[in-house]
Design a protein around this ligand. Structure first.
Ligand code: LLP
Length: 413
């Protein structure tokens, strides 16, 4: 949805330069069409297999994005009370919400139960006991899946790989049956599924398929023991192409492969995609402030920084950087693209060959729709960026740029 038309980078039918000038920079811009296409690709690819596509809210939790997905019929995967609040405010259906995460608090569990969410993905016996106690006080039954750790290597960045034995996530798959048996003594819990999530930005899907097979084998054993397991939740994790060399499997192909493995009667398949729905649907617009040359290097100093997009600093991740106006002559520079923050780690790209942009010109940091704004902070007392949603030939600000007054809201002298 981001393409050049007569040397101008557009999002759908809107010239991004127009947005940058009018909304200011730094500014995130999302294509509603790209988000909906990705969601629909998941939904369609399941065909007649009973399924629920629960968008992982953490990837991009902006209200308008959630509302777009809620209207399309998506479910949601949440990891905090705050995310549930956002989903409800956006018009999401709580009956299609799954609550994941390794450390849910009592108020969060209460909030989820009183709103009638679909179920909890639980990660320990202590958590089961706590949910049971809260459900008892509320006089309701809580549905749960155990998130099992299948000990599969997702072969992704170590910070976002979650399915190995040494990770904090899930319950060892070998111990799971025992725990399901013990859970029968909790009178306000109903075991209805098994879940797993082995990591994020996974480009080779074979580990996901391997984990799915292990989980399905477990479900067979559980069903044979009389547990009424009606769904399998395979988490999220499908990667996107951040650069031309990344071979990202398509959503449809991925789900078809999963269908081929699952094909079991009656089992509802839940997935929790985040990045593959919003990642390629967003860019971060930034303005070039200065060009700077040291004896060692050339720098392009821009007005976006690691507080706006922390992924390059945190995971050394690559984001393509594109000029909003493609110059006629294609002279390039080899430079670091850096922000104004007082840290050497504040870079958006290192040793990158990019067009020879002048101060005052705009750039788009590509594939920034997932874990971009959602991980933004106010570090260096920088107001968080504005966000814009494009729908065809129209665009609107869906989150105003923060003001200085926002920076000190709730503080006292
Ligand atoms: N389900 C669970 C339980 C998760 O922990 C996650 C992501 C997802 C679903 C969604 O995964 P996705 O489809 O987006 O890969 N900040 C990092 C990514 C952290 C992912 C955390 N969990 C980044 O910027 O790459």
């Amino acid at each position: 949805m981001f393409e050049y038309c007569e040397r101008r980078l557009r999002c759908e039918q809107v010239d991004l330069d127009e947005i940058a000038r009018s909304a200011g920079t730094p500014c995130y811009v999302y294509s509603s069409r790209a988000i909906l296409d990705a969601y629909e690709a998941y939904d369609d690819a399941f065909g007649d297999v009973p399924h629920m596509v629960c968008y992982a809210v953490k990837a991009n939790s902006t209200l308008a994005v959630l509302s777009l997905l809620a209207k399309a019929g998506a479910g949601f995967d949440i990891v905090s009370g705050g995310e549930l609040y956002r989903v409800l405010q956006a018009g999401g259906d709580p009956a299609r919400v799954v609550f994941s995460g390794v450390g849910k608090t009592a108020p969060e569990i209460r909030f989820a139960l009183t709103n009638g969410i679909a179920g909890f993905n639980c990660e320990s016996e202590a958590e089961l006991a706590e949910i049971d106690a809260i459900a008892e006080r509320l006089g309701v039954a809580a549905r749960f899946s155990l998130r099992v750790n299948p000990d599969v290597d997702a072969a992704t960045h170590p910070y976002i790989s979650t399915g190995l034995r040494g990770h904090k996530f899930g319950v060892d798959i070998e111990a799971a049956e025992h725990l399901y048996r013990r859970a029968r003594s909790f009178r306000h819990l109903r075991a209805t599924g098994v879940s797993c999530h082995i990591g994020s930005q996974i480009l080779d899907i074979s580990p996901i398929l391997e984990a799915a097979e292990k989980v399905l084998a477990l479900i067979e054993r559980l069903q044979a023991e009389g547990h009424e397991i009606d769904h399998v939740d395979l988490g999220g994790g499908l990667g996107i192409a951040y650069q031309a060399a990344d071979r990202a499997p398509g959503i449809r192909e991925f789900i078809q492969q999963l269908r081929g493995r699952i094909g079991r009667d009656g089992l509802t398949v839940v997935v929790e995609p985040g990045r593959s729905i919003v990642g390629s649907a967003g860019v971060l617009l930034t303005r070039v402030l200065h060009r700077k040359k040291t004896p060692a290097k050339e720098f392009v100093v821009v007005d976006a920084a690691m507080n706006d997009l922390i992924r390059p600093a945190l995971y050394r991740s690559h984001h393509d950087i594109l000029p909003l106006r493609q110059p006629e002559a294609s002279t390039t520079v080899l430079a670091d693209v850096v922000g104004p923050i007082c840290e050497t780690g504040d870079f958006l790209a290192r040793d990158r060959e990019l067009v020879d942009v002048r101060p005052g010109k705009y750039l788009a940091i590509a594939s920034a729709g997932a874990y971009g704004f959602a991980q933004a902070s106010n570090y260096n007392s920088r107001p968080r960026a504005a966000e814009v949603l494009v729908e065809g030939d129209r665009w609107r600000v869906i989150r105003e740029r923060e003001t200085y007054a926002d920076l000190i809201r709730g503080e006292t002298k």
